[in-house]
Design a protein around this ligand. Structure first.
Ligand code: PLP
Length: 399
């Protein structure tokens, strides 16, 4: 996606806005497939960017869905429920019941004993088969301990309506250590073997989140191809012969997004150049950013040829001294009216920020494919959400 297209998006949608490059997204999926062992499947974690779910669905094997909202989005986009992995530490019983009664082809993760009771109850009540993945904990609140996983497995194996497809494991994001991936995979491999011996259970699949990192900051050196090679070697070294599915968010989506924000004011205080933008930290989050010290990949949408570089600190327009997007970044000829492009903003930025703070608008979202722009969300005011309802509380207000 070139800057002319971004400029068109900014003109049509206004700033601040996000522009997601669907061609780049699909190329990224193809790149990952090309750098992983044959037969390894890919699952897109919708939380990384729900605006991409419908676009990525035709080129991805699964969609990991973690909330009723994500489920509703995927339904609305007409995604195939047979590819859903319904995950999440809280599975609202009414939502699970609604989904299972409508469908049944989806897979559910089991993350606690009570989730297992809930899911089993739904299958038994509907007399319909249900497909489960048992999520193993990595020590966090997510997933089951091994003894609980085995208790679930033993019970489920005795239930004709339940099929346990295998294990799911996700231990964190932005994992740069190939050694750590190899260790986790070796441990999972050993555990799958133990389950075979102890529980006479042979898993069909392992869904594993490698937490593939995105390189967000200038000057950082991360050799992604070497990392993917090491991951592939660790996968190939497993004795497990079932399906492997890699569950990914950031590693798929980060690179396809740009966040555009306009400089609306500038000033010099104690010799330092400050630029105020119409965006802010409620709309842009780079994992690993520290007090705005690191320099993400940014550029001016319309450069000023011949102008000298000066150091700028870029602020958003929230009422907090913390609303600094980046400190002391060299930019040539920056002035009010310029649009700054923050690159690699395709994952999490659009949903993770504290977007209701100051009742500022939610930025527009633009999808770009083959040079054609599509408005996926208008610039949306939030003041209505932050205005108290006038009437006394009644049942009508619940939803
Ligand atoms: C269960 C699960 N799978 C996948 C992901 C995606 O992680 P990442 O963006 O690091 O690839 C997450 C992120 O929180 C997750 O919780």
């Amino acid at each position: 996606m070139n800057d002319q297209i971004l400029a068109r998006a900014a003109a049509l949608a206004g700033t601040s806005c996000y522009v997601f490059d669907i061609d780049a997204l699909k190329e990224r999926v193809a790149f990952l497939r090309g750098h992983l062992p044959e037969g390894v499947l890919l699952c897109y974690a919708v939380k990384a960017n729900p605006f991409l779910a419908g676009e990525i669905a035709p080129v991805i094997d699964r969609l990991e869905i973690c909330s009723p909202g994500e489920l509703a989005i995927c339904e609305r986009l007409g995604c195939d429920p047979g590819r859903y992995v319904i995950s999440g530490v809280y599975k609202a019983p009414d939502v699970m019941e609604g989904q299972f009664s409508r469908g049944g082809s989806e897979t559910y993760t089991v993350e606690s004993l009570s989730q297992y009771r809930l899911l089993k109850g739904l299958a038994l009540a509907a007399k319909k088969p249900m497909r489960l993945l048992i999520r193993l904990t990595s020590g966090s609140q997510f997933g089951l301990s091994k003894p609980d996983a085995e208790a679930v497995l033993t019970d489920a194996l005795a239930q004709p309506l339940l099929s346990v497809a295998g294990l799911q494991f996700y231990s964190g994001t932005q994992k740069t250590s190939a050694k750590r991936l190899a260790k986790e995979l070796a441990e999972l491999d050993a555990y799958l073997k133990e389950l075979k011996e102890r529980c006479a259970y042979e898993a069909e699949e392992l869904e594993y989140g490698p937490g593939l990192p995105a390189s967000y900051f200038q000057g950082e050196t991360f050799d992604e191809e070497a990392h993917l090679l090491a991951l592939s070697e660790a996968l190939d070294a497993m004795s497990f012969s079932g399906r492997i599915i890699l569950e990914l968010g950031r590693g798929i989506a980060a690179g396809c997004g740009s966040y555009l924000t306009r400089v609306v004011d500038e000033k010099i205080i104690d010799g330092q150049r400050f630029a105020i933008t119409d965006g802010g930290i409620h709309q842009l989050a780079y994992y690993g950013q520290f007090m705005a010290m690191k320099h993400p990949y940014i550029h001016l949408l319309t450069p000023h040829p011949g102008a000298e570089e000066e150091e700028w600190t870029i602020f958003g327009s929230l009422c907090t001294v913390n609303d600094i997007l980046v400190k002391r970044i060299p930019l040539a000829g920056l002035s009010a009216g310029d649009v700054l492009v923050f690159e690699r903003a395709g994952a999490y930025c659009v949903t993770e920020g504290m977007s209701l703070f100051l009742s500022r608008d939610l930025p527009a979202v633009v999808l770009c494919s083959g040079g054609t722009l599509r408005l996926a969300r208008k610039n949306t005011p939030t003041d209505g959400l932050n205005t108290p309802l006038g009437a006394p509380f009644s049942a009508d207000h619940r939803y």
